[in-house]
Every structure is written in C-alpha cells, then in structure tokens.
Design a protein around this ligand. Structure first.
Ligand code: HGY
Ligand code: MN
Ligand code: MN
Length: 421
C-alpha cells in the first residue's frame, strides 16, 4: 500500500492533548501548574514516560552525558544526519503545562503519526528532550543544548551546582540519566525544529495562529551581591546604618527604570533575591540577587549593563561593598532562512495565519542553531502568560502547532532528498 502523501498526514489532536494532560500530572500543582525541576525524581518519572512511549514506536533511544535523550526513527538513508524536533520537559518552580512539554510531546506525536501511517522519511527523524532548559535549579539555562552547541564546556557544565550545593553530574547520576554518549560528539543533525508557546502577547493580540520565529533576543544574567553592616534594628541610629537591603532595593528599582527607558522592547528583571541574616530585628548585612537583561539589539543590553554598573558604583560610594558576577551571556540568535521558510510554508499549507516573530525567551534552539540549520514555531498562549501556573494554550492551538511542526519537518525532508539525488 503506497504511503499517504505527506500533506495527508494529520497529527491526532486528542492523543497530543492526552499526553500533555497525562504528563502534566507528574509534578502537577493544586493550581493546575507543574513543579518539575530538572534532575529531580519527578524529572526522572517524565523521562521514563517519554522513553517508554518512544520505544513503543520502535525508536532507538540514546542518552548522553548531559542527560539529553534522543529518540531516533530510521529513514531510507541511515547515513544522512537526522532531522530533529524537540524541546524540554523540566519546568519552573511554578511553571505551566505547556512551556517545553508542548515541544517534546508534539514532536513525539509527529513521529507517532509517521509511524502509524508507515510513512518512510528520507532522513532519520529524532525527537530530543534537552536537560535543564529552564536554568531554575542549575544556572545557566539551556545547559545540555549549550554543551551540544559547543557553547559550554562539558566538565564545567557537569560541575554546576544548585543553591543547595548539589552538583549537576551527581543529580544526573542519581536519577539514572547520565548516558555514555558524549553530548554533541559525533551527533550531526540535518536540521532542528522546536515548537514552543510564544510566552508573550503578540500572536494572540494580532489573532495569528503561528509564529515563524526568525531569531531570539540577546540575554544576559548577572548575580549581584551588596554587603553592608549587620547591626541591631533597635539600637543602630539611621545615620550609622549600612543597610544592604535598602541599597539593593534602589538597584532593583533602577533596573526596572532602565528597561522602561529603553522601551518598548527592553526588559529587566530581578527574579531571585536572598537577604542575610533575614531576621526581623537585624539590619540586613548582605543581599544577593539575580539580574536578567534582554533586548533584540545587543548594544542596548550593553548600554543597560553600563548603567547598572554605574548604579552599583554609587552604592559603593556610600561605604557598602558591591560585586556583580556575569552568569549567562547569550548574543542575539538568527535562525536558518530555509528552516524559517519551511515553517511559513507549512503554516500556509495548513491554512493557518502566521507572522515572523523574534523570541523574547531563550530556548534550546538558540544553542542548537550553532551546529545545525534551526528554526522555531510558536503558538499563542492565553494573555501571553507563561512561567505561571495559569499558562494555557488550547487543544486546537497545540494541534495546529504540532501539524505545522510535522509538515515543516516533512518539507525539509523532501528538500534534503531532492538535494541528495
Ligand atoms: O529564560 C528563558 O527565557 C527560558 O525560559 N529559559
Ligand atoms: Mn521553554
Ligand atoms: Mn521556560
């Protein structure tokens, strides 16, 4: 029986939605979100689920030394590097059901559709789950895809510690996902496509079904420490204080003001802050906090960094000590034009509206794009809300994204076959 035409291959919206809701229970929170931090036992459970599903489809499943999982379905030509799809299964501490999971589960559904239809692709197809995309437990974010893309050195990445001092490599070993393969070594790809919710308001505001993601904005993370003087809250007169929290609060407000000065695209966030000794009747002696600066134009991020340093020098002039440690520096990313064109064409072929868009969020595709042709597909999320338990994208929108992912991969596969003939 001849294989169906690629255009007749349809993902199954119910199956995809069922997978999303089933895996959302692993780390599910009472408010309908997910807390499934990387390399916890919950991460192990969802990884086990993914490996079982992939093996049931006849995929060969391999795991590398950063815990990235590769589910491979053979094509006509085993010697041609696979076309890959994927994203991440780890979440923020109060994350939503779709950030990351949609990209992995839609890729699995696309592969399942090929398998059920007996459709043989030219190139092998791979579905990838990247470890520690979120960076919520181990900084920086996108650690495994960063090693794969040659951005982070393997031993440095494996030695990263969380705030409790747990080492990444040990946590990986603990959940049984430290594989033998060397992440990124001899693992060429023909292309990588990542489906993700937009995590911002633009597609929904414009009533567009699909975002053809042309690139990712520049991102920089820092850790700032302000050291003052820990003294008694009742006996220390105000003029004699060196209150680290009051000083840090002025910096936090300055970061917010800076981003607004570079409106409308700049963003600046302090997401994590620790006060020591954190006691109601002690003037805070030390405050440590994270800074996240982003803008599509790297010169603007550079300018905001310069202004931040100036603000910190001002604090130092008041007799407090300040330190600013760069943690993550991701330059702007431009995705492969052929892959982005395949996404636009797939959206059109599926009868969906689309627009080009630059991603405000970082994604594994950013680092994978350093070693292979890469593009991303966005679908809207309600009110642009993400990194929030109320994150929501409808069954229809998830299915539309998965269908475009499947058709973009098949179009790239046909293009690859034509080039090799
Ligand atoms: O930080 C980010 O943009 C991504 O969610 N890790
Ligand atoms: Mn994500
Ligand atoms: Mn995220």
């Amino acid at each position: 029986v001849p294989a169906p035409a690629a255009s007749n291959l349809q993902i199954d919206p119910e199956r995809l939605w069922g997978d999303l809701m089933e895996t959302a229970k692993i780390g599910g929170t009472p408010n309908g979100g997910i807390c499934r931090l990387t390399l916890t036992d919950l991460d192990r459970q969802v990884r086990d689920w993914f490996c079982r599903e992939a093996k049931a489809l006849g995929c060969a499943v391999t795991i590398d030394d950063m815990g990235a999982i590769y589910a491979r379905r053979e094509g006509q030509r085993r010697d041609v590097p696979p076309i890959a799809m994927g994203s991440h299964l780890d979440t923020q501490p109060s994350g939503g059901k779709f950030d990351g999971a949609l990209g992995v589960l839609a890729a699995l559904e696309a592969l399942r559709t090929l398998h059920r239809a007996g459709y043989e692709t030219f190139a092998p197809i791979e579905v990838i789950n990247w470890t520690n995309e979120e960076g919520a437990r181990f900084a920086p974010a996108m650690l495994a895809s960063g090693v794969f893309g040659g951005v982070f050195e393997r031993d440095w990445a494996a030695a990263r510690q969380d705030r409790a001092g747990v080492v990444f490599g040990d946590a990986l070993e603990e959940i049984g996902y430290r594989g033998p393969a060397k992440c990124g070594d001899r693992h060429p790809l023909s292309a990588f496509f990542e489906l993700h919710i937009e995590q911002g308001p633009y597609l929904e505001a414009e009533g567009r079904d699909i975002g053809a993601v042309t690139g990712i904005q520049a991102i920089r993370w820092y850790e700032v420490t302000v050291v003052g003087n820990e003294t008694h809250a009742g006996t220390t007169p105000m003029p004699r204080r060196k209150d680290a929290l009051v000083a840090a609060s002025r910096i936090v407000a300055r970061i917010d003001a800076l981003a607004r000065e570079y409106a409308p695209l700049a963003v600046g966030t302090v997401g994590w802050l620790e006060v020591r000794p954190n006691s109601p009747n002690v003037v805070p002696g030390q405050v440590t906090f994270t800074v996240d600066l982003r803008h599509p134009d790297e010169t603007v991020v550079e300018a905001m960094e310069t202004e931040l340093r100036r603000a910190l020098y001002g604090i130092a002039d008041e007799g407090l000590r300040v330190e600013m440690k760069p943690i993550w520096h991701q330059p702007p990313v431009v995705f492969d034009k052929t892959c982005v064109a395949a996404v636009r064409a797939a959206a059109r072929a599926c009868g969906l509206t689309s627009r080009d868009i630059i991603s405000g969020a970082g994604h594994d595709a950013a680092y994978v794009s350093r070693v292979t042709s890469t593009a991303m597909i966005f679908v809207p999320c309600r009110d642009g809300l993400s990194h929030n338990e109320a994150e929501f994208t409808s069954k229809e929108q998830c299915a539309a994204g998965a269908q475009v992912l499947l058709q973009a991969v098949l179009a790239f596969d046909r293009e690859l076959a034509a080039r090799q003939r």
